[in-house]
Design a protein around this ligand. Structure first.
Ligand code: HEM
Length: 454
């Protein structure tokens, strides 16, 4: 049976899994994605559940339904690998957990899991509270600031200190921050967005800056690793865990430790910073929600665990729903496969966009409304598997999700304890589609200290 799709005016056909499958020309897809990518992602379900098309000459499938998304991401037999868009960042992340595959990935995940086990979280929480207090002491008693820049600085500071402990000098922490800014700019630049390996010797300023940034990261991180290997104080941070990780094949080499450290630094701070920025923006236009956050924060001791802050947790979950920082996950199949009843030739680029799924009224009531209450008792919404995936799903789900939730709640409540804020703009600046969705301009807040700072 074939039906007319009202939006794209092409035939849609139900797959044998009951999904609406639609074929679209490369041109239409390209125009939509390069015109306004976030709008294009949001309107995908109006076209179909599975959109078969082509991008940059590569067969491409866009998934706008949770069933095939969950099926693909949960598959553990090695059919799906990270695609070439994800692999563009291989010169930064090296063969760290984010981009490694197969047996190498399995070994790394096994070695790294203990660093994200419960036992370590008290030490991480202590660092997170201390760094938030230090940042708050620098916020003006009364003034304006850019939430995006502030959150990027604070989460990078937390990432650097939880990874390297007290070892890192302020000057080196600053070098790491500068290098990351350059890498992120490169990835978000038109050159960095190309789905091909751009020769790194090209004499373009953005490429040169990117190359210098990687050399800088290698220098700082390499020196820290060598210093720690030579010291007899193992420390309690993530670096200590990386250096101590062992299995029957031995431990991680210096190059492997470098790749994991850089992966944790980048994967771990920018995403959390964005989630917090969007949360601050939304709360800054909704006094009712902010009042509820203040009430929860004021009634709870500062050193309480993050479970003591259910509303702050719901605020962050809602921020990750409406603005998922990892807005599009993607894979490539290593052999021909049938997904959701749709045959896909080897080498197809398959995109599973949380941005689309999180804004679909089929899975979330009033999806465009920022409503943290949807995550709270007594009746939290329960989207189907694959419809809410800010941290991904299946074996490659974010290893740092619990770390991120802990950090977000402690930072948000630490800020709320110290300052009140109002959003100065009605809307967010346009977002830049890179690995994450970064605002292209400042997210301006008017801030005021809630109590005299001591
Ligand atoms: C709000 C914050 C965060 C968000 C939204 C986020 C999102 C994600 C997503 C969606 C994935 C899966 C990617 C895919 O399937 O292609 C992922 C993987 C990963 N994340 Fe996170 N992440 C966050 C925080 C963190 C933190 C704090 C760390 C480390 C300290 C971290 C480290 C990683 C690593 C290493 C992977 C790769 C895991 C693997 O492939 O086995 N992330 N993250």
């Amino acid at each position: 049976m074939t039906a007319r799709c009202p939006v794209s005016h092409v035939a849609t056909e139900p797959s044998n899994a009951g999904l609406r499958v639609v074929r679209r020309s490369a041109l239409r897809t390209g125009l939509a994605i390069f015109g306004d990518p976030f709008r294009a992602l949001e309107t995908l379900p109006a076209h179909g559940d599975v959109i078969v098309t082509s991008l940059f000459g590569q067969p491409t499938v866009l998934l706008a339904h949770p069933t095939p998304v969950a099926e693909m991401l949960r598959e553990g037999r090695g059919t799906w690998i990270k695609d070439r868009l994800s692999r563009r960042t291989a010169d930064v992340f090296g063969r760290g957990l984010l981009l490694s595959e197969g047996e190498e990935w399995r070994r790394q995940r096994r070695l790294l899991n203990p660093g994200f086990a419960n036992a370590r979280f008290d030490a991480y929480a202590h660092t997170m509270r201390a760094r938030t207090a230090a940042a708050m002491a620098k916020w003006p008693v009364h003034g304006t600031l850019d939430a995006a820049a502030e959150m990027a600085r604070l989460t990078l500071d937390v990432a650097v200190r939880t990874l390297f402990g007290a070892d890192i000098a302020d000057r080196d922490a600053h070098r790491v921050a500068e290098a990351f800014a350059a890498v992120s700019d490169f990835v978000a630049s038109p050159i960095g967005m190309l789905p091909i390996d751009v020769p790194r010797w090209l004499p373009l300023p953005v490429v040169r800056r990117h190359r210098r940034a990687i050399a800088e990261l290698d220098a700082v991180v390499g020196a820290l690793i060598r210093a720690r290997r030579g010291s007899n104080a193992p420390g309690e941070d993530l670096l200590a865990m990386l250096l101590a990780a062992r299995d029957e094949t031995g431990g991680l080499s210096d190059a492997e430790v470098r790749d994991q450290a850089v992966t944790f630094l980048l994967a771990g701070h920018e995403t959390t910073a964005l989630g917090l920025t969007f949360a601050l923006f939304e709360l800054g236009r909704r006094p009712d929600l902010k009042a509820r956050l203040f009430a929860e924060t004021d009634a709870t001791p500062a050193d309480a665990g993050h479970e003591a802050f259910p509303f702050a947790t719901a605020v962050f979950e809602e921020s990750l729903r409406l603005y998922p920082p990892a807005f599009a996950l993607s894979r490539e199949n290593v052999h021909d496969v049938v997904l959701a009843g749709v045959p896909m030739a080897k080498g197809t680029l398959v995109v599973a966009p949380p941005w689309t799924l999180h804004r679909d009224p089929r899975w979330f009531a009033d999806p465009m409304v920022f409503r943290p209450e949807r995550w709270c008792a007594p009746e939290p919404e329960a989207p189907p598997l694959g419809a809410y995936l800010p941290f991904g799903l299946g074996p490659r789900k974010c290893i740092g999700s619990r770390f991120a939730m802990l950090e977000a709640v402690l930072l948000l409540t630490g800020i709320a304890r110290s300052h009140d804020w109002t959003s100065l703009d009605e809307a967010l600046p346009p977002l830049q589609p890179a690995i994450t969705c970064r605002p292209k301009g400042p997210v301006r807040l008017a801030v005021r200290a809630r109590q005299p700072l001591t």
